[in-house]
Design a protein around this ligand. Structure first.
Ligand code: NAG
Ligand code: NAG
Ligand code: NAG
Ligand code: NAG
Ligand code: NAG
Ligand code: NAG
Ligand code: NAG
Ligand code: NAG
Ligand code: NAG
Ligand code: NAG
Ligand code: NAG
Ligand code: NAG
Length: 394
């Protein structure tokens, strides 16, 4: 027999219309949208502060307008029940000036989120809408435009589950996970595509940093860049049952961008993936050993290893580049060379059991650094792949 807490926070007690932006009943905080399409971010932040422990934060089946950055951390045993659409605002100047720092590659964030034992459910229809077309048109294909925010970052978290959430037209990368372990994200739908002549560049589905034990199951990703990209210090990632469309592919890296810094990617498996009109099924990319410029668009000279990476049971269709590739040649745009200089060690990388079609003559393009030659690279059971021309392996 608990005591029922009941509280209505009023936006303005002087208003003739009572505006309740947040209704708290027991351990449930329900965010109520502003009636005039005003910024709902302050109410959402208050909801997560009021319902930060052993509680539920609920969104109704309606549209919420997010016009300012959100940081919601320190949650403990919280369920987020998203039944509506979170629609991010169109004030590009505001976002470019105010997006939060990711803490890597000079990237920035629209919603930075974290806690322990948090379950985020979308029931298959709860949606994040980043209003990305505006960003694709504004960015005009420029890589890593400063202040262009990642839609959602999970940070400093353990035991996080996300299920049944949709992400459409993300501003930049859809999601990043930064310093988290024991993460499960399943039944995730992502679609970020451009309807203009400008590309949906940098619309990665998910990038991970300092992350251990992350499972991704039943993902659908239609986008214009990497579908999933484990980066610095990602270990024990498992992706199963995914559909990628139009994507650049599943990317290991890029990594090795910070001179003298040791980073790793270890124990990654991606299995049962279908990739249609992707550039490639799965690939590995490291920066060269020579530092040119600074991150995000420059860098190099990093140390480390990527080890025990397995891509298996892929069905591909109409890949536009090749099935598989390794490049240790990533460098500042406009420069080239130093491809044998990376000390970043790649080993035990395997592409196994793939079928389908590649619309070029290249099955694989493998370029390993002479300074740290790759070890244990396997491409097997790919005899069922049909290509446009002859097989070239270089
Ligand atoms: C977690 O919070 C829910 C209420 O949302 C509560 O019923 C449950 O007992 C809490 N679990 C723990 C382990 O405290
Ligand atoms: C959400 O509300 C709309 C009407 O505003 C309704 O058509 C739709 O069925 C509702 N969706 C769910 C899943 O309840
Ligand atoms: C963003 O910053 C620029 C340059 O500092 C400034 O001119 C502009 O007014 C700012 N815009 C907003 C919306 O804060
Ligand atoms: C890093 O981000 C800041 C803030 O967005 C921006 O002013 C600066 O130009 C960026 N630096 C680089 C090298 O992109
Ligand atoms: C994440 O944890 C680090 C280390 O404890 C801390 O410095 C940082 O402020 C935390 N970040 C957030 C957003 O809570
Ligand atoms: C990572 O997150 C955990 C909470 O899950 C925190 O205790 C730790 O300090 C964070 N570490 C860093 C380096 O941010
Ligand atoms: C990985 O995380 C899951 C929860 O997502 C947990 O059940 C499992 O025990 C963890 N595995 C290891 C080896 O810690
Ligand atoms: C996979 O996720 C989609 C949402 O993208 C959902 O509609 C579908 O039911 C899920 N499949 C399974 C087997 O759970
Ligand atoms: C490689 O990683 C997989 C998980 O992706 C793990 O099951 C396996 O034990 C690892 N193998 C080695 C040799 O570390
Ligand atoms: C990779 O997997 C192996 C085998 O399970 C394990 O011994 C090793 O600790 C894992 N590596 C990391 C960084 O977790
Ligand atoms: C190869 O991959 C296909 C497609 O995922 C799967 O149906 C088949 O069982 C796999 N074959 C083996 C030998 O694992
Ligand atoms: C691949 O492209 C061919 C030729 O355009 C087309 O007929 C086929 O349907 C495509 N396959 C898929 C799975 O998209």
């Amino acid at each position: 027999m608990g005591i029922l807490r009941s509280l209505v926070l009023l936006a303005s007690v002087l208003s003739p219309f009572v505006r309740a932006s947040l209704v708290i009943r027991g351990n449930v905080c329900t965010v109520v949208p502003e009636p005039d399409g005003g910024d709902d971010a302050p109410s959402i932040i208050t909801a997560f502060a009021q319902c930060a422990t052993d509680a539920i934060v609920a969104f109704q089946n309606t549209t919420y307008h997010i016009e300012s950055v959100m940081a919601t951390h320190g949650l403990r045993n919280v369920t987020v029940d998203l039944r509506g659409t979170l629609l991010w605002g169109t004030d590009i100047a505001y976002w470019r000036n105010n997006s939060l720092a990711l803490g890597y590659q000079n990237q920035s964030v629209a919603w930075d989120f974290g806690g322990e034992d948090v379950t985020f459910v979308g029931h298959g229809f709860g949606t994040f809408d980043g209003n990305g077309q505006l960003w694709y048109d504004f960015t005009k294909g420029v890589s890593n435009l400063p202040g262009r925010p990642i839609n959602f970052v999970l940070r400093n978290s353990t035991d996080f589950v996300m299920r049944g959430v949709r992400f459409v037209q993300s501003q930049f990368w859809t999601m990043a996970v930064f310093n988290a372990s024991r993460v499960l994200m399943e039944d995730i739908f992502i679609s970020s595509t451009s309807n203009s002549s400008q590309p949906a560049r940098n619309t990665d589905g998910l990038d991970t940093f300092y992350t251990d034990n992350i499972t991704l199951r039943n993902w659908t990703v239609h986008n214009g860049d990497d579908a999933v990209a484990p980066k610095a210090n990602t270990s024990n990632m498992l992706l199963q049952d995914a559909t990628f469309v139009g994507s650049v592919g599943f990317a290991i890296g890029s990594i090795g961008q910070y001179p003298g810094v040791y980073e790793f990617i270890e124990n990654v498996t991606a299995e049962r993936v279908s990739c249609t009109k992707c550039h490639q099924a799965a690939y590995v990319k490291t920066w060269t050993g020579k530092e040119v410029g600074v991150p995000p668009n420059g860098g190099g000279g990093g140390l480390g290893h990527a080890r025990n990476i397995t891509f298996r049971d892929f069905v591909v269709a109409n890949l536009t580049q090749q099935l598989a590739s390794i490049t240790q040649c990533t460098t500042f745009s406009g420069t080239a060379g130093d491809c044998n200089s990376s000390l970043f060690q790649l080993s035990d990388v395997a592409w196994i059991n793939m079928t389908g079609t590649v619309n070029t003559g290249n099955l694989a393009v493998l370029q390993c650094s002479g300074a740290a030659p790759c070890q244990g690279i396997t491409i097997s059971d790919v005899g069922g792949v049909v290509m446009a021309g002859d097989v070239l392996c270089n």
